[in-house]
Design a protein. Structure first.
Length: 178
């Protein structure tokens, strides 16, 4: 993990540009590919709780089987994140504790949030919901489309409950940032 220095921010920005450039080389960037790139780059600006027994040591990203981002998130399998290859799995509610990051569609978020509320504070599970129109106060990140652009919001209270720390630089880029 590189922390939050300017060098890390630059590297992550370059990684996003590279990812977008490789998609553009094959045609116009689609909304789903761009959202998956956002999710991948969010990982570079988050610190998980140290030594949490609830959180597994590897970075495992779980995606809802009903999420429109399922294929694009699956393509992230094996990419480096936080010092090790990213593992991608379909979300299985009984195995929720194995996930460090969960990507959901708003339609299937409530059962996951209900299960997360039963975990102790600081559980270390980062949540991303793909729908800016849904009121998802339990989601750490919310992705959506606004005026033809992909935007994201961050709920710092949800991050605090999960025990994850988000870079202040990323917080300033979020929609509705103060």
């Amino acid at each position: 993990m590189c922390g939050f220095p300017l060098r890390c921010l630059t590297r992550c920005g370059l990684a996003l540009l590279w990812a977008l450039g490789s998609v553009q080389a094959h045609g116009q960037v689609g909304e789903l590919e761009l959202k998956a790139a956002f999710v991948y780059n969010f990982l570079q600006f988050v610190e998980w709780p140290k030594g949490s027994s609830a959180a597994p040591p590897e970075l495992t990203l779980c995606v809802s089987p009903f999420s429109p981002l399922k294929r694009q998130i699956g393509a992230l399998e094996g990419k480096p994140a936080q010092g090790s290859p990213l593992q991608v799995h379909l979300l299985d509610l009984p195995s929720l504790g194995k996930c460090r990051v969960i990507v959901l569609d708003a339609a299937d978020a409530e059962p996951v949030f209900s299960a997360l509320r039963s975990l102790p504070p600081g559980h270390g599970v980062l949540t991303v919901v793909d729908d800016t129109h849904a009121a998802q106060a339990d989601a750490v990140f919310v992705l959506g489309r606004e005026g033809g652009r992909v935007v994201f919001a961050i709920h710092p209270e949800a991050a605090a409950r999960a025990g994850v720390v988000i870079s202040s630089r990323l917080l300033r880029l979020a929609r509705g940032a103060r």
